[in-house]
Design a protein around this ligand. Structure first.
Ligand SMILES: Nc1ncnc2c1ncn2[C@@H]1O[C@H](COP(=O)(O)OP(=O)(O)OP(=O)(O)O)[C@@H](O)[C@H]1O
Length: 528
């Protein structure tokens, strides 16, 4: 690289005609005349004018000479753009395009996992070169490895004649595209957009949904597994009208790129899911991801050291993703300075607003009475409420776009109003106890029944008793796959459990002691 033009075939020299010799002689005498006039005029011309003329003349002719000697131009596509904050989209597209189009012809390849877990994708290995044809033009792609492991900046330089380029200082791989200068317009205006378009389509086809987590990583690095949760809106038991409303909201968000641009809002949306344990908050998140075909980033806030780490983690997330903080009331003291209430799991916290970046240097507040059992050591999270607010809707939160942020909590009343106000958490969804419509869906999914004589009993009891969808689902699960008429026994057992729960509620209301035991053999027994 760059490619060498093919040597021309040798020909025997043609005899020089006398006319040509005469022309060359004339040219020389004209040139001599110009030089003579120039040397006579030169002492009378101003110095600046001479310098200016000489500079321009030399520059122009140097470029011309370079282009004559090397007519090939170079475009570099770096793995990291924006000073290494995130991997460049163009690089990803080029990589997908090359693995699809050209990797078959390459000799050095790298294997990466594909959508289907049993398969892998081959990409260009380091220093590998392949050719591609586009509308009659030949171009060359070269994969340049990172020159060192040292993390340094990317420096761009403008180029003349041979084109621009990039100086890499350990900033990831680079693809170098080389082509003849006569194809410049074709490459810039048609070929590169074609590469991006094709690459994007290939990436979409190969995409495997991923579940990312930072859990257990003090430096806030994302690790992922393939996301394969089977929950969908079809299997999610909840009031159908409410479900439809959520799906419409998600559709509006997914198709709302232009709308968000028009109203000047970052393309993101916050969902707050609240309700008792077992009402399907996590199940709803999985259904949302499956419905939108988005990745999930599950943030374990107590594993994030500082607000700066939180911001960096956010920047590293990609578009088309759901960023989740589960049980947010347990993660931090999110009441800021407004309340003395302590978080359930009591991680170390730094109260108060304050700039997001300064928190690294803040000393943790002294442990108050009752907190001695959870020592505030150096490894504790220093993420603050202000850092979290910044994460949700600060300036950085707008980068990338197409992100949904979901908080879940069992205790919505414990959260600071600033955290969940509209605009931050745009949609508040209460996940409540099982209603009859939700039960019907569970009965259809778990037992394949749409109607049964016991349905009326279940309807009446669910109006009086609170039972979570998780409990209903458990009672509707046949304990033996081969059991005949499983629906009869499961539904009967559910009715019994609801009756016992109703009695317990009544007894509790009148102060009597009562406990409910559900034995493994599915018999619901009441102890008084
Ligand atoms: N609405 C629902 N529809 C279908 N299944 C449900 C629903 N709610 C709960 N389940 C069942 O109960 C199990 C637990 O539900 P899930 O973890 O989603 O509840 P949660 O509200 O997130 O609980 P927690 O607050 O304890 O995290 C799920 O695996 C699912 O099988």
């Amino acid at each position: 690289m760059p490619p060498h033009p093919r040597p021309r075939a040798m020909k025997s020299p043609a005899p020089v005609s006398p006319g040509l010799l005469e022309q060359i002689g004339g040219l020389w005498s004209s040139l001599a005349g110009v030089m003579l006039v120039w040397s006579m005029l030169r002492p009378y011309l101003p110095r600046q004018l001479l310098d200016h003329f000489a500079g321009r003349f030399l520059r122009r002719h140097a470029r011309w000479l370079v282009a004559l000697a090397d007519p090939y131009l170079t475009v570099t596509v770096a793995e990291y753009d924006g000073e290494r904050l995130k991997r460049g989209d163009v690089y990803e597209h080029a990589k997908a395009y090359l693995s699809h189009r050209c990797a078959r012809r390459a000799r050095a390849l790298r294997a990466e996992p594909a959508r289907n877990a049993d398969r892998f994708v081959l990409t260009l290995g380091d220093n590998e070169e392949v050719t591609d044809e586009f509308r009659g033009a030949t171009v060359w792609w070269h994969s340049v490895p990172s020159p060192s492991r040292h993390h340094g900046p990317i420096t761009w330089y403008g180029g003349g004649g041979g084109g621009g380029g990039v100086v890499l200082d350990g900033a990831g791989r680079t693809y170098r595209l080389v082509f003849h200068q006569r194809h410049r317009d074709l490459v810039v205006e048609s070929y590169l957009p074609h590469v991006c378009r094709e690459g994007r389509a290939i990436m979409a086809a190969n995409r495997r949904r991923k579940l990312f987590t930072n859990s257990g990583d003090r430096y806030g690095n994302w690790r992922h597994v393939v996301f394969e949760h089977p929950s969908t809106f079809d299997t999610l038991a909840m009031d159908p009208a409410k479900k439809r409303e959520i799906m419409d909201d998600l559709d509006a968000f997914r198709n709302g790129k232009d709308y968000y641009a028009r109203i000047g809002k970052a393309w993101k949306r916050g969902y707050l899911l609240y309700g008792p344990p077992g009402t399907g908050k996590s199940t709803m998140i999985a259904a949302m991801a499956n419905y939108l075909d988005y990745n999930i980033y599950d943030i374990e806030l107590t594993s994030v050291a500082t607000n700066t780490d939180l911001r960096r983690m956010f920047i590293e997330t990609k578009g088309k993703s759901i960023i989740v903080i589960e049980d947010i009331d347990c993660s931090l003291d999110l009441t800021g300075n407004r309340s003395k209430k302590k978080p359930k799991k009591a991680p170390v916290l730094v109260p108060g607003p304050g700039p997001a970046d300064d928190d690294v240097t803040k000393a943790p507040p002294p442990a108050s009475e009752g907190e001695q059992s959870s020592p505030r050591d150096a490894t504790a999270s220093k993420v603050t409420l202000s850092g979290l607010l910044n994460f949700i809707d600060g300036l950085w939160s707008a980068c990338g776009g197409e992100r949904i942020i979901v908080f879940t909590t069992n205790h919505v009343e414990r959260l600071d109003p600033a955290l969940i106000r509209r605009g931050r958490m745009d949609k508040h969804i209460e996940m409540s106890y099982c209603c009859f419509e939700a039960f019907k869906l569970l009965a259809r999914n778990y037992l394949a029944v749409d109607a049964h004589p016991l349905f009326d009993d279940v309807r009446a009891l669910l109006q009086e008793v609170d039972m979570t969808p998780a409990d209903v689902a458990e009672l509707l699960t046949p304990k033996c796959a081969a059991a005949a008429a499983a629906e009869d026994s499961c539904l009967a057992n559910l009715v019994k459990a609801l009756q016992v729960a109703k009695k317990a509620t009544t007894a509790e209301a009148c102060g009597a002691s009562c406990s409910i035991v559900i034995h493994d053999d599915e018999e619901v027994v009441e102890d008084e």
